[in-house]
Design a protein around this ligand. Sequence first.
Ligand SMILES: Nc1ncnc2c1ncn2[C@@H]1O[C@H](COP(=O)(O)OP(=O)(O)OP(=O)(O)O)[C@@H](O)[C@H]1O
Ligand SMILES: [Mg+2]
Length: 453
Amino acid sequence: MSNELLRWPVHVEVRLKSRASARFDTIRKFVQTFVISHDRLGIPSVLEGWQDVPELSASVEHINICESSCTKQSLSREEMILHVHVYQPSDGESFEEFSTGSGNGGEDEDTMAASVCELPNRGWEGLWNSLIYAGDIKLKLLDYIHATLLLSDANVDFNLVSWNRVVLLHGPPGTGKTSLCRALAQKLSIRLSHRYSHARLLEINSHSLFSKWFSESGKLVQRLFNSINELIEEEDSFVIVLIDEVESLTAARAGAMAGTEPSDGLRVVNALLTQLDKLKHRKNVLIMSTSNLVNAIDSAFVDRADIVQFVDLPTREAIYEILRTCLCEVISKGVVAPVKIPALKQAQMYEVVAKAGDEDACKTEDPHEKQKYLALRILKLAAQCRSQKMSGRALRRLPVLALARYLGMGSTTPSPDTVTDELATGAADIDIWLDGMSQVIQERMKEREHLQQ
Ligand SMILES: Nc1ncnc2c1ncn2[C@@H]1O[C@H](COP(=O)(O)OP(=O)(O)OP(=O)(O)O)[C@@H](O)[C@H]1O
Ligand SMILES: [Mg+2]
């Protein structure tokens, strides 16, 4: 058996302060030296301690050790192949918009067909980490990009091995498809910054591409893609195009061919497919699309997608993590009294050894017992959410509904004064929040029963 040590690529993302003027190269070297001064690093983790290095503390805001395809929770220095990416996100406001107008001021035709933003963008910071999936969807998408880059670099003959640079994410509403596209765009702009000096995200407003003038829609699509082509002309710029709710643009052509749909829809689909076929030869573009209704999409579009990824409702385990991150946020902002909530792995260990009634033992003072109680309680909440098929969107708003509930529970809390005082001083107890969340879930269940009647 070989004794050779397996080494894993480890990506380190270094965010600079808005006003930092240090050279990226210099920071990269300092970070590299700092990272390898550690014997082991958690994967993923937030790097700390760099604040004591003056050259870093002057310019750096955050250092993230990213997730890796390696299954270990930590890696030793010798096991890592470091890739340090330094970036300085632009400040959200640099939105540019494209109109579908011909430029001669024709009224109504000047609807916004797309908006463009510079990447990496401060507005999308943290989005990638906030998205939690049971499977490895995020890594799978990143690996796909790396594979296409590798083959592009190797100059493989496109007649023999080819791909379309199209990704389609589909699944129920609120499962984070649009967010994942934006987060991936941000991630790519950081990871590819050594090859492309600029990156842009162009979001197409699908509905605006239908002209009120019969038969003009195909031309609108073409005009929009002319603008996209102009952006791609700059070879040092990477462009990610997001076509959200793509079914509205690419409604299945079967209906149109049978003569049951106006032929304008057919023109849009044809124009889009033609434009996509042209774009596939460009190295510096990626098309991301999302849909709730994959069956309603034209099969020729689906066939062009290199990856068709189903994004499902969160599992109980993913729900636990989503709820935990929600709660950690309100704790860190002082709205809820400080308390540590165990990560999923720890919670699952508590679950294995739990006895009946453990999740009701809330009044314990012992910190270890308290954590165990919280873990079991949140796991139970997560199971309820799962049985109700709650989406990530519904879960992320649970805290605000729980707070509303909590404010409205004057009769069940000691006194309205206490409630206000607790919120004002940040002393609100987590138990009251969990009670509130549990009530919100139960009410939701009742409401849904009404809806189904
Ligand atoms: N798996 C998840 N993990 C964490 N947060 C999630 C998850 N899924 C959704 N969310 C949150 O829900 C909100 C809505 O997500 P988003 O709009 O991306 O969903 P979507 O799938 O595009 O929905 P729709 O199909 O209705 O357009 C976002 O704030 C996102 O952070
Ligand atoms: Mg969406």
